[in-house]
Ligand binder design. Sequence first.
Ligand SMILES: Cc1cc2nc3c(=O)[nH]c(=O)nc-3n(C[C@H](O)[C@H](O)[C@H](O)COP(=O)(O)O)c2cc1C
Length: 325
Amino acid sequence: MKTKITEMFGIQHPIIQGGMHFVGFAEMAAAVSNAGGLGIITGLTQRSAGDLTNEIAKCRDMTDKPFGVNLTFLPSLNPPDYPAYVKSIVDGGVKVVETAGRNPQEVMPALKDAGISVIHKCTSVRHSLKAQSIGCDAVSVDGFECGGHPGEDDIPNMILLPRAADELEIPFVASGGMADARSLVASLAMGAEGMNMGTRFIATKEAPVHENVKKAIVAASELDTRLVMRPLRNTERVLTNAAVEKLLEKERELGADLKFEDIIEEVAGVYPRIMMEGDMDAGAWSCGMVAGLINDIPTCKELIDSIMAEAELLIRDRLEGFLAA
Ligand SMILES: Cc1cc2nc3c(=O)[nH]c(=O)nc-3n(C[C@H](O)[C@H](O)[C@H](O)COP(=O)(O)O)c2cc1C
């Protein structure tokens, strides 16, 4: 399949693996890229720019296909050294960067000077337009369904994607709630040039996370995610567990007085314990409603090949069939 996104990134299939904290290591990115999609290393999971340099080199040893690096700008008490991370990306010869969080204006000159394509992930049409105006090459439009940070507007993709199509001139991919061929074909119908998946890629053989995480996603239904940190305007969609229910109890009790320090136990530094050690009640971890559509743990190649084969059938048989009738 050829779309503006496959052309822009030099990939075979219009499928991107979004950056994921403590999931987006070289193993994950290389597996997706080797399967013909665009794998993405999560920059800030690497503790320093030097570590990111090593992770990029490792990924390059594992694939000769294009891959990207995610740079996330989230509220932080000690902001990371973004210029140093950008230097690692540029020096590592990476050609695609996925930015997320606040608008990436401060890193745009360095990235563009190095000939890097920037795809900014955002949860609203106005943020997408801003990304377009500051020179981003594409956007990843992340609907309310998404795992991670859906923003504060709560607009699901059935509305958000056609709205983005109406307003944007640069290409965009659909993100949030994407799992299979139906997701891809629907996204293309709504104006996207491909799709971005997070949660679905965690439940794959190559995802470098503990088996308990994969099993939890397969076991979860679409009813099992919760929104946390809404009172802090830093909303995150997570899989429910004991820690999440405790966190929500604190949110109910403290109301508008809630501060980050009140929930630090449930959210700070919990990813390594969950993703590496499989301690599933250690804290809140991002997961999309799409867990309800995930019932297996294939390889990335099996997943992407089946999506592309089924997408073709959907378009040729089901959709064209309606016209023939
Ligand atoms: C465990 C997990 C961690 C994530 N970490 C990040 C991150 O560090 N930076 C980022 O931009 N997005 C992050 N995301 C969001 C994904 O890149 C992607 O946008 C999202 O998962 C799409 O929604 P889906 O899960 O329904 O596919 C994360 C998602 C998950 C599930």
